[in-house]
Design a protein around this ligand. Structure first.
Ligand code: PMP
Length: 513
């Protein structure tokens, strides 16, 4: 398993890893020759550009399934061809093919105009863009979610069997029979048919809005990106819950925004320090996930919602409400969203089809004042000219056909069963090790370990045993005692096996930290 090895060794991306490819032991061509041919192809095509570091030999051997001497023979051939070179202390790199190198190994090229261009290759720029990379653990999770055989204990999406495959198939088949498929760009705010369907859906949740106040995005995540880039000045401060999903992505930090995390209790974000922190940090906005918070699963109660609206109202502090899990109540419907309590256009509301219907459709939305969504639409037009027209039309039919509500009811039942099963499993394996909340909706259980643990170490140890974890430090850098468990992805059998293995790993780490 390529990615598994890469992560366990370094916790970073594998540059020069071999992916899925392995030499064919039944081929007449010797293994070392197959390997050198494969590497030559990668280097000559530019997939492995000059200067790129290959994974360490031990790891390449593991990934390729060959012994050291076979690999050394292949690398020797490539070295002799001048394609790779060993650097003392720097591993093996793809050779920079220019004679015109300065002392540091970088290429200096004359422009012929008396000056110099900053020549190099794309690899030299990898860390220079304005967008921060993901945390190494998130990069690893993003890769490993596609590795076969791992039990995914924290994945934040419904398992494929919980998604409405058959109905979507019918909707898509219906679309394919229509005289005109939506193959053109859509208008800046997105498909009017979808926005109309959404305004009906939102009004059932107490958000009365017109299609002109709705912007369709490629998932709620793009909504966050657009807001970070389009509405906040560099150096702006944002108040938010700590922990929060928002700490696990770098949309805001990349736009130069600073976070100030506020504490939560079992009733949601604590409002007592909001005013003081807003003054102290000159906050530009407050981000909250009031309904089935990611990662804690906490539901902000009605009183807290009113208090939050009152406090921020007195401050004139805008709110970004992330309603990604809003529909996934399991016991009773939640209190109205903050947007439903907003009569001054102070709340921007994010929603998505990802958590109940289909993360792959990439359909989300932002509801807000018309001028604000128009500004965000303008940026969206400059970044992708709109979400996929086909996805938008499929989503419109999904909503207007009444399928969404019917599916949400079935999904709630299934999630309820999964939640009960996991709570029983936790009772059996974790009573001495941790405490946890009983979520009233969403996917997540926030497991609080009784003793702190090095979470990176736990992540790696779990991976060695075939478990993929979402550790608390992804949602609060300083955390060392939480795990985000999801009952939406792994099957109940996998959850039973995985959690019992995990309990053993935690006990072991506690004994030998
Ligand atoms: N907000 C929250 C709170 C989430 O948990 C997620 C997904 N993990 C998103 C936004 C983004 O979801 P998507 O882009 O798929 O709509």
């Amino acid at each position: 398993m390529d990615a598994l090895n890469a992560v366990s060794a370094s916790g970073t991306t594998t540059l020069g890893g071999t992916g899925e490819w392995r030499p064919d032991a039944t081929s007449a061509l010797p293994l070392h020759a197959q390997i050198s041919d494969y590497f030559i192809g990668k280097i000559r095509s530019g997939a492995w550009p000059p200067g790129m570091r290959l994974a360490p030999q031990r790891e390449l051997c593991r990934q390729l399934g060959v012994n050291r001497s076979t690999l050394v023979t292949a690398l020797g051939q490539l070295t002799a061809m001048g394609l790779i070179e060993g650097k003392r202390g720097g591993g093996t790199r793809v050779v920079t093919p220019s004679a015109e190198r300065d002392g540091s190994g970088a290429i200096r090229e004359s422009t012929g105009f008396g000056g110099q261009v900053r020549a190099g290759n794309w690899n030299d720029y990898v860390e220079e863009g304005i967008h921060y990379p993901n945390l190494p653990t998130i990069q690893a999770i993003n890769r490993l979610e596609y590795a076969r055989g791992l039990i995914r204990l924290g994945t934040g999406e419904p398992a494929p069997e919980l998604l409405p495959g058959q109905v979507m198939q019918e909707i898509l088949a219906g679309l394919s029979r229509e005289p005109l498929l939506p193959l053109s760009y859509e208008e800046p705010l997105g498909s009017l048919e979808l926005r109309t369907a959404l305004s009906n859906k939102l009004s059932a949740a107490g958000i009365h809005t017109s299609p002109a106040s709705i912007l369709i995005t490629s998932g709620a995540l793009q909504g966050l990106q657009l807001i970070a880039m389009g509405l906040l000045p560099r150096g702006a401060a944002v108040l938010l819950e700590k922990p929060s999903y928002l700490y696990s992505i770098h949309a805001f930090q990349s736009a130069g925004v600073k976070f100030n995390g506020l504490p939560m209790d079992e009733r949601g974000l604590m409002t007592d320090s909001v005013a003081q922190e807003a003054y102290r940090t000159k906050a530009s906005m407050l981000y909250t996930i009031p309904t089935f918070h990611n990662p804690t699963g906490i539901l902000m109660d009605e009183e807290r919602r009113n208090a939050l609206m009152a406090t921020t109202g007195a401050l004139g502090l805008p709110i970004l409400e992330d309603g990604a899990y809003q529909e996934l109540w399991l016991d009773t419907p939640p209190p109205p969203p903050l947007k439903a309590l907003d009569h001054e256009g102070r709340v921007l509301h994010l929603g998505t089809l990802s958590k109940a219907a289909s993360p792959g459709l990439r359909i989300g939305w932002i509801v807000g004042p018309e001028a604000v969504v128009a500004r965000l639409a303008d940026i969206k037009m400059q970044s992708d000219y709109g979400a996929s027209s086909l996805s938008q039309l499929a989503a419109a039919r999904w909503l207007s056909g009444g399928y969404h509500e019917a599916h949400a009811n079935v999904l709630r039942q299934k999630l309820r069963m999964r939640r009960e099963a996991v709570l029983e499993i936790l009772q059996a394996h974790f009573s001495e090790l941790a405490t946890w909340n009983i979520p009233a909706g969403g996917f997540y259980i926030w497991l609080s370990l009784r003793q702190p643990l090095p979470l990176r170490k736990l992540f790696k140890a779990a991976l060695q045993s075939g478990l993929l974890l979402n550790t608390g430090d992804l949602y609060d850098r300083g955390d060392n005692r939480h795990l985000r468990l999801s009952y939406a992805y792994a099957s109940i059998t996998e959850l039973e096996t995985g959690l019992s293995i995990l309990a053993g790993i935690i006990r072991n780490l506690q004994r030998h930290p």
